[in-house]
Design a binder for this molecule. Structure first.
Ligand SMILES: [Zn+2]
Length: 104
C-alpha cells in the first residue's frame, strides 16, 4: 500500500469514527420549562454591562438587551436569547449540553 493510499484509509476511518460519534436523537425530545421570565434591558442600563449581552439564572429568568424602534421593542441580538434559553434547558435536563461548553 502506498503512502497516499494509507492516508486515504486513515481519512476514511476518521470520517467513520466521526459519523458514529455524532449520533442523532432516536426521535423528538420534549423538554418543558416552568414559567420563563424575560427581562428586557434597555441600552445603557447597568444590569447588562458590555461585553455581557445576556444572562440567565436557575429561576428561569433571562435578561437580554433591547432597543425601541418604530414603537416596537427589538431584542438586540436574538441569538443571545437562544443562548440563555439553552442554559435553562441544560439546567432542566442534563442531557442538553451547556452552551458555554459546546464541543464544536
Ligand atoms: Zn452562557
Amino acid at each position: 500500500m502506498s503512502r497516499r493510499q494509507s492516508y486515504l484509509v486513515i481519512a476514511v476511518l476518521f470520517l467513520a469514527v466521526g459519523c458514529v460519534a455524532a449520533t442523532q436523537l432516536p426521535g423528538i425530545k420534549t423538554v418543558t420549562l416552568s414559567t420563563v421570565t424575560v427581562h428586557l434591558v434597555p441600552e445603557g442600563d447597568p444590569t447588562l454591562t458590555p461585553p455581557v449581552a445576556g444572562m440567565a439564572n436557575t429561576d428561569n429568568e433571562i435578561w437580554v438587551r433591547v432597543f425601541v424602534q418604530g414603537g416596537k421593542i427589538i431584542i438586540k441580538k436574538g441569538w443571545v436569547l437562544g443562548h440563555e434559553l439553552t442554559h435553562l434547558l441544560s439546567w432542566t435536563d442534563s442531557e442538553i449540553q451547556n452552551p458555554d461548553t459546546e464541543a464544536f
